[in-house]
Design a protein. Sequence first.
Length: 626
Amino acid sequence: MRKRGQVTLFIILGALLLVGLLLFVVFRERITLSQILPDRIFPTKTGTIQRFIDGCIEAVGTEGLTLLGAQGGYIELPDDIERNWQAYIDTGIKVPHWHYNGENRIPSFVVMENHLNRYVNDNLRACLNNLAEFQQQYTIIEKGDVTTTTRIQDEDVAFLVEYPLEVRDKEGKKITDIEDFRVEVSLLLKKMTEVATSIMSKEAETMKFERLTIDLLSLDSDIPTSGTDLQCNRKQWVVSEVREKLQTLLRRNLPTVRVDFTSYLPIPQDQPYVQSHYVWPVTEFQYNDISVGFTFVEQPFHFAVRPRSGNLLKSNQLKGQELASFVCLQQWNFVYDVDYPVLVSVEDKKHNYVLNFGFIVRVKNNRGAREPTPTEIVAFDPIEADGQKYCENTYGGYHVTVKTYDNVSDPTFGETYDSVNDVDVSFTCLRYTCTVGKTKYTQGGVEASVGNIVPSCVNGVLKATKEGFKPAQQFFTPSADDTISIYLTPLKVLRDYKVMKRVEQNGVLLPARALDSDEQAFITLRYVVNKSVMHETWGIYPAGQKEPLEMLAGASFPVELEIYVMKGTKITGGYVGTWKAEWAELHDAKSIEFQVLSASTAGDDELAVFFGSLSTKQEQLKPVIR
């Protein structure tokens, strides 16, 4: 019995050692692979699972940021703003006043981050679509909820998302766990908010726009305030004309205001008045990539003047006992009340991002009146804007002309761009998308354009699409009779491509041969400019239904080419390098043959050396265009 117990003990110890050894090997393999690869390589129909989820996080996060910027730092407006039409500017969207009725309504960074957290949590799954396009190859099990932590940083906004997933193959074998994702969207929201907050603080302190309004009332000869005139005929002015003149002055002069230490067009030296009155020092810090614009909002506009006689303003005539009998003197003294909103747009010029907010300018009895009493709040008419009415331009529409061009110039004729016909153009302002039309050739085919009325919108998006071209879009704030050009990048779509592998033997690359039957290659091509990905396309070979490769066309573009050959979860070959796809060859191409170097004999700890050595073999492994 004692010997049998000893044998049993040794068997148990041996089994434990064997299990420990297996766990060590598995753990070592996973660690080594994660060190070698920049991200997880799990093949899917359109790319890696990791990259796909990162892309959705970026798309949803950017969408939330756009909404947040358009609505003054809020994605969901607080009830006391949403339900009170006097608390926001209606441009088709609701831009809140950051100061209203004595209340500071500037959202803190914590409020903004919480709004972005909720937006990503609520909308990420819709973008992922249950990861349906990966379900044919894998079983992906959701192990928990989406939890987002947003950080507004100096140069970007970071989205840290916890979304635990378990990936299994179709035989039920676990491949990996994916849980933590981090995406950074480059924009200067933090600096923009700092500038915006400084503007509100300085306006509260100095009443800059109230003083500017009083100056415009006082200095224009067509607007009577106080004065005298030696004549016997009574002077008179039409109230509606005075009102329209003030609105014109505000419309022209408010956009002239610059914020010092930000980016703005220089003021000519022959305009010292503008330099001294319209450059506004609100901050002591330099913001070279930030610009600020001020817009007079036409409605609601409250204007009152007294004394008045119906629609006329009349002077008082002094004569007789008050003056010599032969002298006539006209005297007038009018008091104005003026209320109107100002739309402030703080722009990150580096990333084409805008933060909008508003505030109300109040002048009472010819003086700045920052705080109204409840009885002084003017009952302005609210403007409704549903989708249909918005696109039908029931309020604030502008006629614009959109011209569409090929984004690739012909060096033979200098920097010239060909027009592109039959391009579908739309205009989007947050949740409203309106059809502009389809471009047609004009001027004998010299230009392709479409003209239509688009709704009023600050920082809307014009989008142009046509088959065979990469969709193009740009931010656009419509104004009267605008003409805007959009450039579309042409694409060369290739559906016929394959991957061949070559084996290196004694320093010599043997002829290319087909992949093994259980191998699969995952192809990524990126066009990068200044570290920004301008275009990216993916492909899988072999595949039941191959995704087409969308190559940039019209010129020769250097692209970053990455190919990973996988056998199960093991990398058995690859290619990493820069390839300049010559347009002269690509123009009439029917197919592309990609070549990779075999790494079937390389251990996990040797893969880093393997991929590092590929830079010396780029010419030998150059893709073949046929």
